[in-house]
Design a protein around this ligand. Structure first.
Ligand SMILES: NC(=O)c1ccc[n+]([C@@H]2O[C@H](COP(=O)([O-])OP(=O)(O)OC[C@H]3O[C@@H](n4cnc5c(N)ncnc54)[C@H](OP(=O)(O)O)[C@@H]3O)[C@@H](O)[C@H]2O)c1
Length: 255
């Protein structure tokens, strides 16, 4: 895991050390680990200053060591990591597995050793023979819609639990309820933009962790949320601002 120095700007830090980038993993976890409702849906993204979610189709060109450090820590704090199939395919996700240190931290915090991996897909263009499923430390979940092909559902059902939530697309509010019913109440979403748009439209987002990468991308890259819209913008409250060099790590919670 990255050990990039991260300091706190807001709320105003109690010590110079906190401001200057000496936050320990435990201090970072304390800053991120405060869900006030159950279930709690946290979403994590990185964006350029001009709003791009990708560089040449991937988020890798935006995230630095501080972003990776927080990205890894957030996987310590959840029951389930939810990712849209587009992101799984684009970013080449493998099995969801946290390292030994994270496993210890999770168990000490009363969580399972490993988070569950939940993949959201309507078309189910997912290979049941992929290491995502065959090397998974815990049985993954595939969340799909009622119109998805039955044959693909059956094939994936041999390697994952398949949840049907919604008719043409996954109804993300129903998905949150279905995950919570299985005891997966700390829900952590790593994207991508279409899934985030659907979560916003369903007013199902409790928290956004946003890394602002010090870069300008322009072009036609997607924003971090796209597609669906809520009836009115969802108001957010600033929970903290962390800084690592020129990178900002923002945490917002729903008002
Ligand atoms: N900057 C960042 O932090 C960040 C984070 C994540 C991803 N990304 C980037 O975002 C890009 C992918 O964008 P994207 O918008 O395509 O990502 P996405 O939301 O992960 O993928 C869209 C696909 O996911 C499935 N999906 C999402 N919501 C669904 C719903 N409500 N119901 C049914 N299926 C749903 C569908 O899969 P099927 O086609 O299988 O039906 C859909 O085609 C990649 O380039 C990735 O690198 C950036």
């Amino acid at each position: 895991m990255s050990d990039a120095a991260i300091g706190r700007l807001f709320p105003v830090p109690a010590s110079d050390a906190a401001a200057q980038g000496a936050l320990t993993d435990d201090e970072l976890v304390a800053l991120y680990d405060a869900p006030t409702r159950s279930p709690w849906v946290r979403v994590n993204f990185v964006s350029s200053v001009d709003g791009a979610a990708t560089v040449q189709g991937l988020s890798a060109g935006l995230g630095d060591d501080a972003d990776h450090r927080v990205f890894d820590l957030l996987r310590r704090l959840c029951d389930v990591v939810v990712v849209g199939a587009g992101t799984v395919r684009a970013e080449g996700y493998g099995p969801m597995r946290v390292d030994r240190a994270a496993q210890h931290a999770r168990v000490a915090a009363g969580l399972a050793e490993q988070p569950v991996f939940a993949i959201v897909s309507a078309g189910l263009d997912l290979d049941p023979g992929s290491p995502i499923f065959t090397d998974a430390p815990v049985r993954p979940i595939v969340v799909t819609a009622g119109t998805s092909p039955q044959a693909k559902r059956d094939a994936l059902g041999s390697v994952a639990d398949v949840l049907v939530c919604g008719v043409d697309r996954v109804d993300t509010a129903a998905m949150v309820a279905a995950l919570a019913e299985r005891g997966l109440v700390r829900i952590h979403c790593e994207g991508g933009p279409h899934l985030f748009g659907d979560l916003i439209a369903a007013e199902a987002v409790d928290e956004l962790c946003l890394t602002v990468s010090p870069s300008l991308v322009a072009g036609t890259a997607s924003r971090i949320a796209t597609g669906a819209m809520p009836t009115a913008p969802v108001g957010l409250e600033l929970a903290h601002v962390l800084r690592s060099g020129d990178t900002l790590l923002l945490r917002y919670v729903r008002r």
